[in-house]
Design a protein around this ligand. Structure first.
Ligand SMILES: O=C(O)C(=O)C[C@H](O)[C@H](O)COP(=O)(O)O
Length: 207
């Protein structure tokens, strides 16, 4: 059965934002996160290995793999073909809206102001990423937006940590949070998969 974006957002409390520097890290990293209860994985296109990593991680049992850092329309079909089942962008443009529709890839677009929330909603997007969440105003801003715009659900990302995530997750209009703290670069480089599983377990326990 195909999962909706909301189903995906409600699967785990935290969506790890992943950047793969070495393609050999993709599968063990995905296995380590899934072993810790974190199944939804956002693999960014920040490195040249992004698409190959999406392909490899999609084959890991239990993993639900999406593509992150979508900033250009041509990236949508390529990510979908590599196996991504959802996409995340830091912002939203007319070209990205068209690419999301033509590729069929469910998109979680980034917004940072009430006007951007309203413009995205007019285009049919009711699940949004607040980015960058903490610099934009964090918990106070999301709670204030929930007053006039209660029908939008957020995945705040940017500046959130294990220590602060629960404040975001307690909000009615937050389904999950995103962050890079589950995948520290030093742990990945050292192949310390047990540490990643521990971080994932702690994050899954947030909800
Ligand atoms: O790459 C993207 O597409 C982004 O939108 C940026 C990431 O979501 C943030 O960099 C994660 O934030 P941190 O947890 O503060 O590291």
């Amino acid at each position: 059965m195909t999962m909706t974006l909301l189903d995906i957002m409600r699967t785990s409390a935290v969506i790890p934002v992943i950047a793969i520097d070495d393609p050999d890290h993709a599968v063990p990293l995905a296995r380590a996160l899934v072993a810790g209860g974190i199944r939804v994985l956002e693999v960014t296109l920040r490195t040249k290995h992004g698409l190959a990593a999406i392909r490899a991680m999609s084959a890991v049992e239990g993993a639900i793999v999406g593509v992150g850092t979508l900033t250009k329309p041509e990236e949508f079909a390529a990510a979908r073909d590599a196996g991504a089942v959802f996409g995340v962008s830091p912002g939203l443009t007319a070209a990205l809206i068209a690419a999301a529709k033509s590729s069929g890839l469910p998109l979680l677009p980034g917004v940072m102001t009430p006007s951007e929330v309203m413009a995205a909603r007019e285009q049919g997007f009711q699940q949004l990423k607040l980015f960058p969440a903490v610099p934009a105003g964090g918990v106070g801003m999301l709670s204030a937006i929930g007053g006039p715009l209660p029908d939008v659900t957020f995945c705040p990302t940017g500046g959130i940590s294990q220590e602060t995530a629960s404040q975001f997750l307690a909000l009615k209009n937050v389904a999950c949070v995103g962050g890079s703290w589950l995948t520290p670069k030093d742990a990945i480089a050292a192949g310390n998969w047990d540490r990643i599983t521990e971080l994932a377990k702690a994050a899954s326990g947030l909800r």
